[in-house]
Write a protein that binds this ligand. Structure first.
Ligand code: DQA
Length: 141
């Protein structure tokens, strides 16, 4: 199986960004760990991060017929990007939404995800372990 690990805006700054909320782990650490975790289970992972909505949409479109699943942390796009929601629902590739923090226990505006309804699962508040759990969800399908 082949999966895409995709991270949206500001997640390139993990490790230096609000460490009290997101911890000190970097995106490179997460990508390395998730790739290793998947490899141990016979799966391959490609990684992509962008701060640009259009680039993320293009990457989702390009995922059609290429990946068996997508692990996606949409960052703040989670809360308002109908364009990314439509992209996920347009491609017919099972997608798991992941958040490092517990978005239900923070500011009011983070409680809503416009993307989760078109995903097969949402995992939140488990830090980097959440990304591995998402791989498990996809492998179990
Ligand atoms: C986040 C939560 C979002 O609300 C926030 O905008 C992020 C990170 C998380 O992983 O906890 O950028 O997706």
């Amino acid at each position: 199986k082949k999966f895409l690990l995709m991270n949206g805006p500001n997640l390139n700054l993990l490790g230096v960004r609000e460490p009290d909320v997101y911890g000190t782990v970097t995106l490179a650490d997460i990508e390395r760990e998730v790739c290793a975790y998947a490899a141990e289970r016979g799966a391959e992972v490609d990684c992509f991060q962008s701060n640009h909505e259009g680039e993320l949409i293009d990457r989702l479109h390009a995922a059609r017929g290429v990946y068996d699943g997508i692990v996606y942390n949409p960052g703040a796009h989670t809360h308002y990007s109908y364009a990314l929601r439509d992209a996920v629902s347009s491609i017919d590739v099972p997608t798991v939404e992941v958040h490092l923090s517990d978005i239900s226990a923070r500011e009011e505006f983070r409680r809503v995800s416009v993307i989760a309804p078109v995903c097969v699962a949402q995992i939140k508040g488990k830090g980097k372990e959440g990304y591995k759990e998402a791989i498990d969800v996809l492998l179990a399908r």
